[in-house]
Design a protein around this ligand. Structure first.
Ligand SMILES: Cc1cc2nc3c(=O)[nH]c(=O)nc-3n(C[C@H](O)[C@H](O)[C@H](O)COP(=O)(O)OP(=O)(O)OC[C@H]3O[C@@H](n4cnc5c(N)ncnc54)[C@H](O)[C@@H]3O)c2cc1C
Length: 375
C-alpha cells in the first residue's frame, strides 16, 4: 500500500504530536542508533577532527593524520583505516575535473570536500565512476550554510506534485517531472552542438496558487507561504518575462500541459504513467492525477532550480571486501572505503528508496567486518 509509506500526508495532529515529543525519524533515527552503538562500546569520538593524510609503513596503511583545532594528531590503526568522508561535491576543483556536466547545488554537508578521495589517491588507489553522482534537483536558499557556503534545498516532492512543471531556458518542459531525481540529472546535461551550451539550464519550477495553498513549498513552514526567492506574477506570460524567458512560449507550454491534464495523459513525457510517478504525488487523487494537475489559478510562481546532487558517487575502487585496490587490482593493505566516498557498487544507478544509504551501509558493514577479522 502506497499510503503506509507516505508519511508527508500524515494528519497534522499526528505530526504535531511527534514534534511535541521530539521524536526523530529518518536519517536522525538511523544515525542515532549507530552512534549509540559506538558510545556503548566506549569508543572515543573526535567531532572536530579533519582527516588529512594516511600513515603508511611500506605499502601498508597503519593510521591516519588528522587536524584538530591547531594540532596535528597521528592516530594508529591496528586493524585498518575505513574512509567514510562522503563525496567530493563541495570541492570545486574536483567537481570541475571529474563530473560529467554542471553541478550547482549540492544538498549535503559542506565538509564533503573529497578529503578521503585525495588521501586514497596519494597512496595509489584506482578510481571508478568519477563522472557520476546521486543527481538531484535543488534550489538555493537565501540563507547560507555553515562556513559561509550557500545552502541548497531539495526540490523533490515540489516537482512531483500536481500543478507543477519544470521548464528550461526556452520556456519548454523537457522531462517527466515525476520520474526519479537521479535520472533527471543527465537530462540537465543535454548539450546543443550548435550553440555549445546546455539546453536545459537554467531551469525553473512553475506552480500556481492552488498548489501553494495545498502543499508546503521548499522551506515554507506554512501552507500558502512561498519562499522569499520565488518570483510571482498574475499571468503566465508575465511570469516568463520576470524570470527572463519567453513569456508567450511559457503560456503555450502551460496550455499544452493543461490540455494533457484534462485528457488524463501527458503526451509529451508520460508523467504519471508509472507507479513510481504516482507514489511521489498527492494521494488525495487517483491514478495519473496524483501527479498531473492544471496550472490555472493566479497568481503563478517560479523558483529557480539547480542541477544538484545528494552526493557524488565516484571514488576509489574496492574489491568485494571493501578493500581499496590499486590499478593492478591488488588490495592496498589496511585501507577500506565505503558509501559515497567509494566508487559506487551500483555505478551510480539509483535502485529506489535507500538507493544511496543501502549500498553505503552494506559496504560499511562489509569493510568493518573484514578489517576486524583480517586486519
Ligand atoms: C536531505 C537529504 C535526504 C536524503 N534522503 C535519502 C534517502 O531517503 N535515501 C537514501 O538512500 N539517501 C538519502 N540521502 C542521501 C544520503 O544521506 C547520503 O548519500 C549518505 O548520507 C552518504 O553517506 P556518507 O557516509 O557517504 O556521507 P555523509 O553522510 O555526507 O557523511 C560524511 C561525513 O564525513 C565527514 N567528513 C568529510 N571529510 C572529513 C574529513 N576529512 N575528516 C573527518 N570527517 C570528514 C563529513 O562532515 C560528514 O559528516 C539524502 C540526503 C539528504 C541531504
Amino acid at each position: 500500500m502506497i499510503e503506509d509509506y507516505y508519511t508527508p500526508n500524515l494528519p497534522e495532529e499526528v505530526l504535531a504530536d511527534r514534534e511535541e515529543r521530539d521524536c526523530r525519524g529518518q536519517g536522525q533515527a538511523l544515525i542515532g542508533s549507530l552512534l549509540k552503538g559506538v558510545l556503548d562500546r566506549g569508543i572515543p569520538l573526535h567531532r572536530e577532527s579533519r582527516a588529512r593524510r594516511l600513515i603508511t609503513e611500506g605499502r601498508r596503511i597503519v593510521g591516519v593524520e588528522t587536524e584538530e583545532e591547531s594540532k596535528i594528531l597521528r592516530i594508529r590503526a591496528r586493524k585498518g583505516v575505513i574512509i567514510a568522508t562522503g563525496g567530493f561535491e563541495w570541492n570545486t576543483k574536483l567537481v570541475n575535473s571529474f563530473l560529467r556536466g554542471p553541478m550547482t547545488g549540492p544538498v549535503s554537508v559542506p565538509e564533503c570536500e573529497g578529503d578521503g578521495l585525495l588521501m586514497a589517491m596519494e597512496v595509489g588507489a584506482s578510481l571508478g565512476n568519477m563522472g557520476k553522482s546521486w543527481w538531484l534537483q535543488s534550489s538555493q536558499e537565501l540563507a547560507a550554510h555553515g562556513r559561509g557556503h550557500a545552502n541548497y534545498l531539495i526540490g523533490n516532492s515540489e516537482r512531483t506534485r500536481p500543478r507543477s512543471i519544470l521548464v528550461n531556458r526556452e520556456a519548454k518542459r523537457f522531462v517527466n517531472e515525476a520520474t526519479n531525481y537521479n535520472a533527471i540529472g543527465p537530462v540537465l546535461h543535454n548539450f546543443d552542438a550548435n550553440t555549445h551550451d546546455y539546453v536545459n539550464l537554467p531551469f525553473w519550477i512553475i506552480v500556481d496558487q492552488t498548489y501553494v495553498e495545498k502543499y508546503r513549498f521548499f522551506n515554507a513552514t506554512t501552507k500558502g507561504v512561498v519562499p522569499p526567492w520565488a518570483i510571482t506574477a498574475d499571468t503566465i506570460e508575465e511570469l516568463g518575462e520576470r524570470i527572463g524567458i519567453d513569456g508567450v512560449q511559457l503560456a503555450k507550454t502551460v496550455s499544452t500541459f493543461n490540455a494533457d491534464v484534462a485528457a488524463g495523459h501527458d503526451t509529451e513525457f508520460g508523467r504519471g504513467d508509472s507507479t513510481y510517478d504516482q507514489f511521489w504525488g498527492d494521494k488525495d487523487f487517483e491514478g495519473v492525477y496524483r501527479t498531473l494537475g492544471p496550472i490555472d489559478t493566479a497568481p503563478f510562481y517560479a523558483v529557480k532550480m539547480e542541477s544538484g546532487v545528494l552526493g557524488t558517487c565516484g571514488g576509489p575502487r574496492t574489491n568485494a571486501k571493501g578493500q581499496v585496490i590499486d590499478w593492478d587490482d591488488t588490495p592496498i593493505q589496511g585501507l577500506y572505503i565505503c558509501s559515497n566516498a567509494m566508487s559506487s557498487p551500483t555505478a551510480g544507478v539509483y535502485g529506489g528508496a535507500g538507493g544511496t544509504l543501502g549500498p553505503g551501509m552494506t559496504f560499511g558493514f562489509i569493510a568493518g567486518r573484514h578489517a576486524a577479522q583480517h586486519g
